[in-house]
Design a protein around this ligand. Sequence first.
Ligand SMILES: [Zn+2]
Length: 247
Amino acid sequence: MFGWWREWKRSQLAEKPFPPEWMTYLDEHVPFVASMPEELRENFLTALKIFAWEKNFEGANGMEVTDEIRVVISAAAVRLILFLDHSHYDKIESIVVYPGHFRTPDFQDGAVYGVAHQYGSIVLSWESVLNGLKNPDDGHDTATHEFAHALDLTNGSFNGTPELESSGEYRRWTEVMSHHFLRLQGRKKPERKVMDMYGATNEAEFFAVATESFFEKPRQMKKHTPELYEALRDFYGWDTAAMENEA
Ligand SMILES: [Zn+2]
């Protein structure tokens, strides 16, 4: 699709009123919305409408995609791009939703909860999405993890580096990320305090797991690994540690 056509369609979607029943889905399943600063909420809800109406959601294993599912998953997705351009998700063609655990050819070793594919689809388990969102400060959020993988892909591949603005930023990103990635692999304390060891698997998982912590445990991350926190803050464009939701 041409860029200007997509832009025009998005501006049309942004003009449509926010369906009132969608708020009840957010109230019920997405606690981070209530703790989001007032001044961010309007932009957030606008981005949510665009994402929910624009993307193709597909049910798998008998799952029927309802508005509730669409809205909750969209909420998790757009929190990541609130200060980024919507085009960061242009490569996502569809979101496939399973009711619970699922198996994919990429992961022969067992059930997985969410997968971001190379070719534009995000596969999620609805059960895991709900569990991830229910505790907004435990550092685990499947949907956030998978959408971080989608952002990673903006740079062309799953390598832990999303699209950045300048060569200086790429340099800094590589320095900071590889430093903390190697320290997590070495099971160093500060890193282990803020991140799940799964982040030591490879660079792509490091970025996805660090993103979960950035949104769910920002104050701990800022305290224990300040450079990592700052790199993510500069990429995502907001100071999550300054928000009030974290105990
Ligand atoms: Zn992952």
